[in-house]
Design a protein around this ligand. Structure first.
Ligand SMILES: C=C(O[C@@H]1C=C(C(=O)O)C=C[C@H]1O)C(=O)O
Length: 309
């Protein structure tokens, strides 16, 4: 399982802290895990993963049949006319396998189909409780999938059908999982900000003032640095080295497209996660209001599965 750089898993098998030094070390680990600088370093590392995944997907044409329900029948999974697309088939199947080896018990991993996660086949890991229980309730992967299909994919793939359906779907899944991880990492950012300005956020949370919370958590200077950095990374990682002979450099994904994706979609969705997490931050230990039951139940349920394993 990926070790969360800012909140490494603490295995429950370790003995309770026997000394003040151990308790101080655990406290230091937690404060390091929630330092905004460390969390931002993880977001910077995830930029590389996202940009390379977009470069890989951009090799293939749009391949619309991959996204049309029932357009590519998958024997045993669904017949022609089914409500599922090839992409959904692949995403669901991968989440089944990864789910069994406890990927989605990690606090930085969020499934696209959390309600369908299977029982674990590996013993559970108990992670340091860095986030509040409401983190099991926040999951915006439906919005991320919609954004990917409606707004992102048309920007990075040329129209047409080259029949590379399997490769397109595989690269889509890699990109979607990287985007989901980056956007849901907004919960670590939100927790760090909450702990730095507890009173200010608590007052806004008690009023459920989402607009004011969004305003308080927004850091435009950081956003502008992110946009510039991803534009430069895309130009560096994506340059077509076989081009340039005629003075015109070409790119596998246009750097400006990547910059715009961050500006218009990735950062706003990250802030949406931050706001949703903060709005529930003061909820009781139950992990969210009744209307959030399904998402909470699925993440908690898999953890419960793990307890039974
Ligand atoms: C992630 C943060 O919160 C917000 C979202 C950002 C992003 O998605 O990159 C950047 C700055 C903030 O507006 C942060 O403060 O680092």
């Amino acid at each position: 399982m990926p070790v969360v750089a800012t909140a490494a898993p603490v295995h429950s098998s370790s003995p309770p802290a026997a000394s003040d030094a151990a308790a101080a070390e655990a406290e230091a680990d937690l404060s390091s895990a929630l330092s905004l600088a460390n969390i931002r370093q993880t977001l910077i590392r995830l930029e590389d993963t996202i940009i390379f995944s977009l470069i890989e997907r951009a090799q293939f044409a749009r391949n619309e049949p991959v996204y049309e329900a029932g357009a590519i029948p998958v024997p045993g999974f669904h017949a022609t006319g089914s409500r599922y697309s090839l992409l959904e088939y692949l995403l669901r199947e991968i989440e089944q396998v990864h789910g069994r080896i406890r990927r989605y018990t990690s606090p930085d991993e969020y499934a696209f189909f959390p309600e369908d996660l299977p029982a674990l086949v590996l013993p559970p890991i108990t992670y340091e409780q860095v986030l509040a229980p409401c983190s099991t309730v926040v999951n915006i992967n439906t919005a991320i999938l919609d954004m990917y299909l409606q707004d992102l994919l048309p920007e990075i793939s040329v129209p047409g059908d080259d029949h590379n359906y399997g490769s397109s779907a595989m690269n889509d899944v890699t990109a979607l999982q990287a985007l989901s991880k980056r956007i849901h990492y907004g919960m670590f950012v939100a927790e760090a900000k909450f702990r730095k300005q507890t009173e200010q956020y608590s007052e806004l949370i008690r009023r459920q003032d989402s607009a004011a919370i969004l305003d308080l958590l927004t850091d435009r200077a950081v956003e502008l640095k992110v946009i510039e950095r991803v534009r430069l990374k895309a130009a560096t990682f994506g340059v077509d080295l076989s081009s340039g002979g005629d003075g015109c450099t070409s790119y596998r994904v246009q750097p400006e497209v990547v910059a715009q994706l961050y500006e218009k979609w990735i950062m706003p969705l990250t802030k949406e996660v931050e706001v949703q997490y903060l709005l529930r931050r003061l909820d009781a230990e139950s992990g969210g209001s009744s209307s959030d039951g399904a998402a909470a139940a699925s993440k908690a349920q898999q953890r419960q599965h793990s307890a039974a394993a």
